[in-house]
Every structure is written in structure tokens, then in C-alpha cells.
Design a protein around this ligand. Structure first.
Ligand code: NAD
Length: 371
């Protein structure tokens, strides 16, 4: 396997996040190149390959894994497939970059960590908030003591719901807004505070506007208590109108900082005619809108992919790993259990045989009586 030159990457998936991976890798051209794409939807895969000049296209990712020059594979497929795909990549000797959330269950996540270790490959967890420049600036200031002891970190991500049908199907996604978006906020607060253990989780959630198409919660409030005494408050929504909203607030004994990922960088714009694209999930570009520039860079995707490629060559140590993804999954389990039982749940928390985290909410007896 080549150890110099660019890291050769294969992408699994060909739609939303796969496109971001391909674009992000191209934005850091000195470290890596995408040489193959694998997705069962041949038309989408071919279109993505054409858009980014990717030479090889596969309909079965297992065929792509036979390509001996591929060193790293990024997984941008539905959550229910992450575990099997990771195991197959590891067995083929490929480093893995897996999209969030890590897996459907803690057992799957543990297996992903074990199987990658066994085969001597890296399992890197694609949590881009660890690379988002504006949020990194907040962490840099916090670590330098700007706010004194930080007692509260709030992170929220909200929009009007996912772009692809499988997200609404809890058997393929594992859950709603908490699973899909809360995984970002939980990971972020944990990392921001220096990875203290999570002591407890309290969650309130409901299905307010999308009950016609999903059993999943479309809004959730999640409070984490950390072993260092700090609190994380994570708000997520699939019910929020008006496009993507992503924010951070940090409160310390000696200071505070606020970061609005999109608005601070946006161009307040009014247009009678509309125009091409404003920001992820924006419903319209007519009237008032808030287009962002360099959207992928502002999220940190190119920085993330460059870092992972450098990790594959041993030039850097992964900033975010499968173990981080597992911590997040355990908190998500506790979050659904908390919402189901209407009480704070202490960690460590394990629920054996759970098929998907949201079952801890949907199947709880208090959920049934309160509904
Ligand atoms: N980091 C982020 O901010 C972010 C944003 C969006 C999605 N994601 C994550 O990325 C993953 C993919 O989400 P998406 O939005 O791209 O979904 P999507 O529906 O847009 O794309 C899913 C892709 O998976 C492919 N796929 C389905 N079954 C497959 C199989 N058996 N083998 C290979 N490919 C298969 C589909 O063909 C499709 O190309 C999810 O885990 C999601 O949570 C992360």
C-alpha cells in the first residue's frame, strides 16, 4: 500500500454527505484524493463521480474495498449501515472515517471500535464541529482561561427536517432530532470541556409538526451533567422553520461568548427575484435571506478531511475517534430513556438488546400513558 503521495480515498454513499466529503477532500488537495465512489444508486454515484472527476464507480462497496490502493474509506450512508460497513472496511485493511451518529446501538459501536483495533486501522468519527473555525475559536479562548471556569455550554442545531426519506424511518435512523443532531451537540460539549465523564442526562422531547411522516421526535431538549460540575444544554429540532440554525454559547465564571455559525458570516440579503442558493435547507431565496459564503469551510469539513488523511499517514493523531462516538451514543440512549421515564438518568447507562435508541422512549410505559 502506498505510503507517500496523496492518500487514496473511497467514499461509500453518493448523495448529501458523500458530496460534502468529495468537495471537502478536493478543497485540501495536497493530502488526499478521492479515487472511487460506491453506492447502489448508480445514477447518483455516476453523477457525483462526474462532478468531482472521480475515476472509479462501484454499485457494491465490497467491490470497492478490493481496490488495493485505497487506504481510507469514508462512510456517508444511512446510520443502520455504519457498523457492517466499518467491519468490512477494517477487514479489508482500510482506515475508516464514519459519519455521525457512530452506529444504531452501543453494541454495534463497541464492535466497530474492536474490529478496527483488531485489524490495525483507525476509526475516525466524522464530527465536524471539532473543526468548525468559529467554534474552535471559542474553545481556544476557553482553554486560554478567557471565561474562567466554564459552568455551562449550550449548543443547538435546528432546521425543518432531513432531506432524505430514510431519516424519518426510525428503523434506519435510530431516532429523530436527538439522534441526528443531538449527537453533534453532545460530542461538542464533551470535547469542549476536556472530555469529563457525563454523569447524567435529562431529556424532554416530542413530535410536534411531523407526526404524519415519522414516529421520531422532531424537537428535543437535552441537559448533560459532567463530572467536572459543568452542564451542557443541547437543543435540537427538525421542526424549526427557516433553514439551518447552529449556535453555541459558553458561560464561565469570568466571561461569556456567543457564536452563531451562519448568521455572523451571512450577508443579510433582500431579493424580489430569488437566486441560486443561500444556505443548507433554506426554503427560499426570495424576500429576506441570509446567504453564507465558503459554507463547507465555515463548518470545518475540509479541515476535518485533511486532518483524517494526515492521520492515515501517521502525521497527526485523530482528534475525534470511535470512542468519542461511543460516549455520545451512551448519552443518546440515556436521553431517550430519560424522555421515556420522565426523569434524569445516571451514567453509566446500558440497555441490553435495544434495537434502536428511540425504543427507549417509544416503548416506555410512561410515554404510552402520557401520550
Ligand atoms: N456531519 C454532518 O453534518 C452530516 C450531515 C448529513 C448527514 N450526515 C450523516 O451522513 C450519513 C449519510 O447521510 P446523507 O445525508 O448523506 O443521506 P443521503 O440519503 O443523502 O445519502 C445516503 C447515501 O447512502 C447510500 N447507500 C444506501 N445504502 C447503501 C449501501 N448498502 N451501500 C452503499 N451506499 C448505500 C445511498 O445510495 C445514498 O447515496 C448519515 O449517517 C448521516 O447522519 C452527517
Amino acid at each position: 500500500m502506498a505510503k507517500d503521495g496523496k492518500v487514496k480515498i473511497g467514499i461509500i454513499g453518493s448523495q448529501f454527505e458523500a458530496d460534502i466529503h468529495a468537495a471537502a477532500i478536493q478543497m485540501g488537495p495536497q493530502e488526499a484524493e478521492v479515487v472511487a465512489i460506491a453506492s447502489p444508486t448508480q445514477g447518483n454515484a455516476a453523477a457525483l463521480a462526474k462532478r468531482y472527476g472521480i475515476p472509479r464507480v462501484f454499485t457494491d462497496y465490497r467491490e470497492m474495498l478490493k481496490e488495493s490502493d485505497i487506504e481510507m474509506v469514508t462512510i456517508a450512508a444511512p446510520n443502520s449501515l455504519h457498523a457492517q460497513m466499518t467491519a468490512d472496511c477494517a477487514q479489508a485493511g482500510k482506515h475508516v472515517v464514519c459519519e455521525k451518529p457512530l452506529a444504531m446501538t452501543i453494541e454495534e459501536g463497541q464492535h466497530m471500535v474492536e474490529v478496527t483495533k483488531k485489524h490495525g486501522v483507525l476509526l475516525m468519527y466524522a464530527e465536524e464541529l471539532f473543526f468548525t473555525p468559529k467554534y474552535l475559536k471559542a474553545k481556544e479562548m476557553a482553554d486560554a482561561g478567557a471565561f474562567g471556569k466554564v459552568y455551562l455550554v449550550k449548543q443547538s442545531e435546528k432546521h425543518f427536517g432531513p432531506h432524505s426519506p430514510w431519516f424519518w424511518d426510525v428503523n434506519r435512523s435510530g431516532g429523530g432530532a436527538l439522534m441526528d443532531l443531538g449527537c453533534h451537540g453532545i460530542a461538542f460539549c464533551y470535547w469542549f470541556l476536556g472530555r469529563p465523564a457525563i454523569k447524567s442526562v435529562y431529556c424532554q422531547m416530542g413530535t410536534y409538526v411531523h407526526g404524519d411522516k415519522t414516529k421520531a421526535e422532531d424537537d428535543s431538549l437535552c441537559i448533560l451533567e459532567f463530572a467536572n460540575g459543568a452542564v451542557g444544554l443541547i437543543e435540537n429540532s427538525w421542526a424549526r422553520r427557516g433553514g439551518m440554525d447552529d449556535r453555541l454559547e459558553v458561560y464561565g465564571e469570568q466571561g461569556v461568548t456567543y457564536a452563531n455559525l451562519h448568521m455572523g458570516n451571512a450577508l443579510p440579503t433582500y431579493s424580489e427575484n430569488g437566486y441560486g442558493y443561500a444556505v443548507e435547507k433554506a426554503p427560499t431565496t426570495t424576500g429576506w435571506s441570509y446567504p453564507v459564503f465558503e459554507e463547507l469551510w465555515n463548518y470545518g469539513f475540509p479541515q476535518e478531511m485533511t486532518h483524517f488523511a494526515r492521520c492515515a499517514r501517521g502525521k497527526e493523531t485523530p482528534r475525534v475517534t470511535g470512542e468519542d462516538g461511543l460516549v455520545v451514543l451512551e448519552a443518546i440512549y440515556a436521553g431517550y430513556a430519560s424522555a421515556g421515564e420522565g426523569r434524569k438518568i445516571g451514567l453509566p447507562f446500558r440497555a441490553q438488546g435495544v434495537k434502536k435508541p428511540i425504543d427507549l422512549w417509544l416503548n416506555s410505559s410512561s410515554y404510552q400513558t402520557n401520550r
